[in-house]
Design a protein around this ligand. Structure first.
Ligand code: ATP
Ligand code: MG
Length: 544
């Protein structure tokens, strides 16, 4: 799937046609303070795909100007996710690579009379800022001389002041209708070790100052970001202009991607992990890229999903069903269709010889011959799903096994249930059945019509397995409600069961269709003794 026409693509085309730019250069600028989620995939895919169709390139730049929350473990995780999606950044860069240049440019602004050191603390600054209806008030430090500002800023850099004691502010317009232009802070003091620059700096540039400069230094032509930066654009342009950057980048905003019943906020995802409400960032229920990967989503399904949502200048919320549909479309023809019994019930075929095992040739997929065939076992003891048996046939629609009724075991024989064995509490523990040799699948037998077709695995060759079945992590999309109340108590259910012997050597993230049960992927924790499978999604939408 290719990226469709959208407003940014049109802008790029025009810019190339009018010789405003001669190459499209974009960047993806994550802050290394959390793991990427599926919303970020929109930003990644948009940046990389657009540059690609115009033969341009994309940088990965870590926006690491706030050392308080950032950490190199996130850097590695983010790199891995981008690589997994299939993208190769032209350069991997860090905002902190430019701290020297950014500092010099701040000095330049001071020298031009366009920045000053301010003594107001956070509360005072807020009070001075005014409101959307009222203009702000000028800081008492606004008219410090250039010399004094230069001296104070250098002292800030040299560690003379405590966190928050002073800031450097751009001198713009305290009456601007755009709050971002009311003398925004461009440097702040933070005495903390930085993951890249260590203790070299104790002052750090703010995003609104650093970001446009980084774009300009790297020669980025189209700086794409989500819609909430819309009213930062004037400041972005102001910084580039006043710092007299030789290359002038431009910012364009697109709508954020939201998905129903899915948390798309780094802060909440972090909270889920830290309060141990999930098993980590790669919990298969998490909408993080690492979680979706573990769940079994393919990069193609994510890419097609994101591209299918289009790109516009409004935030959009799409149904989580769309992502599942994308996965089904991707895997339907690609993967082997095999047998797994998720909640097993033992069946003994009393008229089948005791030590005999038959191996039946079965194709992996009716719809894709290229996948080839394997052999499935049949014998005296088999497992079927508990849900495929009811002692008394409840109605005509019941196309499964019941007492006195005959069904086909897929690819094998008709079996008829003659007796139900129960424990002392009345729970069904075993079924005694008989098979009819004449009914072997493929033999052309047409004399009787079975009451349905159910799948099975032969007991002595079956591999012990655990199946993780998921529901959405959140029960609603109402982000105003408390997160804990919104958690779905049924989001993770485990079942013990068996898969056919062919899956013995499955490897991590191998994907299958388990007949009648859904698409599954082998989990990282799967071992030879206990295979573990995550259900990616059901075979059909269960959407009501
Ligand atoms: P925060 O503001 O809490 O740091 P963020 O989601 O903005 O979170 P960044 O690391 O700054 O995180 O995001 C990198 C890029 O991904 C940004 O350009 C941002 O606009 C984009 N992005 C993040 N979430 C979405 C989303 N849901 N849809 C589209 N783009 C997104
Ligand atoms: Mg951000």
């Amino acid at each position: 799937m290719e990226i469709e026409s959208n407003f940014i693509k049109t802008i790029m085309e025009d810019d190339l046609n009018n010789n405003k730019v001669d190459k499209i250069i974009t960047r993806f600028p994550p802050e290394p303070n959390a793991y990427l989620h599926i919303g970020h995939a929109r930003a990644i895919i948009t940046n990389f795909e657009l540059a690609k169709i115009f033969d341009g390139y994309t940088n990965l730049r870590f926006d690491d100007t706030n050392p308080v929350k950032e950490d190199s473990s996130f850097v590695e995780a983010i790199k891995k996710d981008i690589e997994w999606l299939g993208y190769n950044p032209k350069n991997v860069l860090f905002g902190s690579d430019y701290f020297d240049q950014t500092y010099d440019l701040a000095v330049k602004l001071i020298k031009k009379g366009l920045a000053y050191v301010c003594d107001l603390n956070q509360d005072e600054m807020r009070a001075y800022r005014g409101t959307l209806k009222e203009p702000g008030k000028e800081s008492p430090n606004r008219n410090r001389t250039i010399e004094e500002n230069l001296r104070l800023f250098e002292e800030m850099k040299n560690g003379k002041y405590k966190d928050g004691e002073k800031t450097l502010r751009a001198k713009i317009d305290m009456a601007s209708p755009n709050m971002n232009m009311r003398d925004p802070v461009i440097y702040r003091i933070i005495h903390i070790e930085h993951h890249n620059t260590g203790n070299k700096w104790c002052i750090y540039p703010m995003y609104d100052f650093a970001h446009p400069l980084q774009d300009a230094i790297e020669g980025v032509t189209h700086s794409l970001c989500s819609l909430e930066y819309d009213d930062h654009r004037v400041l972005y342009d102001w910084v580039v202009e006043k710092c007299e950057m030789p290359h002038i980048p431009h910012q364009y905003e697109f709508g954020r991607l939201n998905i129903t019943n899915t948390i798309m906020s780094k802060r909440y995802l972090k909270q889920l992990v830290e309060s141990k409400l999930v098993k980590g960032y790669d919990d298969p229920r998490m909408p993080t890229l690492t979680g979706l990967r573990r769940r079994g989503y393919t990069k193609e399904s994510i890419k097609n999903f994101v591209l299918g949502t289009g790109l516009s200048r409004i935030n959009s919320t799409v149904s989580s069903e769309m992502l599942e549909t994308s996965l089904r479309n991707d895997l339907n023809y690609k993967v082997k269709r095999v047998n797994a019994v998720i909640d097993p019930l033992k069946v003994i075929i009393t008229n089948y010889p005791d030590n005999k095992i038959e191996w039946i040739d079965v194709e992996y997929s009716r719809d894709n011959e290229d996948l080839g065939t394997r052999k499935i076992a049949f014998g005296r003891n088999v497992y079927i799903e508990k849900s495929d048996f009811l002692e008394v046939k409840p109605n005509k629609k019941w196309k499964r096994l019941s007492l006195g009724i005959e069904v086909r075991l897929m690819h094998a024989y008709f079996i008829k249930c003659n007796e139900v064995i129960k424990d002392n509490d009345g729970n069904i523990v075993e079924l005694l059945c008989t098979y009819d040799e004449a009914t072997k699948s493929g033999s052309g037998f047409k004399d009787r019509k079975p009451n349905g077709n159910i799948h099975f695995v032969e007991a002595s060759t079956a591999k012990k397995s655990r199946f993780n079945l998921f529901e959405p992590l959140m029960i609603d999309s109402d982000s105003k409600r408390d997160m804990k109340e919104r958690l779905n108590p049924n989001s993770w259910k485990e079942f013990k069961g068996f898969v056919e012997s062919d899956l013995e050597n499955t490897h991590s993230l191998e994907r299958f269709q388990f007949i009648r049960n859904g698409y599954f992927a082998t989990d990282y924790d799967s071992t030879k003794d206990l295979l573990i499978f995550n259900r990616i999604c059901e075979l059909r939408s269960s959407f009501k």
